[in-house]
Design a protein around this ligand. Structure first.
Ligand code: SAM
Length: 251
């Protein structure tokens, strides 16, 4: 009998307990980033596996930063390349970039057209100045039949302004200036420079207008399954969805 190559797949269930556990881990993000990002990466890879097999899959993690997701994807049997535009982000964890990381832009992915099984991105779309272009690049890189997993923080969510929240509700620039005045430095997530306003409405409409993808799912990523209908309610969804996940299949 041969030993299995990868860890056994953990079934993914979007329960209330899972949402509470994610939120508790998030509260330790600053003090214990390994715990938070490790927990989130395990949860995310279990969720991704509920849409597509990962064992042997070629995956690109767009804006993968220090590689927590790439590690979990590899543990699930995927061959994963991280593409990130910031070498400092790639080195955040150990001072070394993750194995098989590539410095490159999500807006112009250094990936041949139609070559990857899964194009994955978590919490990057709100950091690029042209979100539809990044999403289009992810679709371009994906092979026919492959999967795009695209998840991002909604601007009107309570965490939309990141560390400048909740003042972003009074305007992104105002929130950034207020943060700079109080802390004597610009926020890392600086509105108009490293953080932009992306809505659910914009990206759902973008996905539905594409003729080269099927929209497999539109999900409030961190919320329990019973909260899923919220993504169908205009305006309310922008606030309570928090983080929107679009799952697309390339035709
Ligand atoms: C909030 S972090 C998310 C990191 C990781 N994906 C996660 O979910 O924990 C945003 C990442 O996007 C990267 N990023 C921002 N703009 C980018 C671009 N144009 N192309 C590629 N990566 C970019 C940043 O360097 C950073 O690593």
């Amino acid at each position: 009998m041969t030993a299995p190559r990868t860890a056994p797949a953990r079934p993914f269930r979007a329960t209330l307990g899972r949402s509470v556990a994610l939120f508790s881990a998030f509260r330790r993000e600053q003090t214990d980033p390994d715990h938070f990002y490790g927990t989130l990466a395990r949860d995310t890879v279990a969720q991704l596996r509920s849409y597509t097999p990962l064992d042997g899959a070629v995956v690109v993690d767009v804006g993968g930063g220090p590689g927590y997701f790439a590690d979990e994807l590899r543990a699930a049997g995927a061959r994963c390349v991280c593409v990130d535009a910031d070498s400092a982000e790639l080195r955040l964890r150990d001072g070394e970039p993750p194995a098989t990381a590539v410095l490159g832009s999500a807006l112009d992915l250094p990936v041949r057209t139609g070559t990857v099984d899964v194009c994955f991105s978590s919490n990057v779309l709100e950091h690029v100045p042209d979100p539809p272009r990044m999403a289009a690049e992810m679709v371009r890189a994906t092979r026919p039949g492959g999967t795009v997993y695209l998840s991002y923080t909604l601007w009107l969510s309570p965490w939309g302004g990141h560390e400048t929240s909740p003042w972003h509700y009074l305007g992104g620039r105002y929130a950034a200036e207020r943060f700079a005045r109080r802390n004597g430095r610009r926020p890392k997530n600086d509105f108009g420079r490293t953080m932009f306003a992306v809505s659910a409405a914009e990206m759902i409409a973008w996905a539905r207008a594409r003729t080269d993808v099927d929209v497999v799912d539109v999900v409030p990523r961190y919320l329990p399954a019973w909260a899923r209908p919220v993504v169908r309610v205009p305006l309310l969804r922008e606030i309570v969805t928090w983080n929107l996940l679009l799952v697309l299949r390339k035709r």
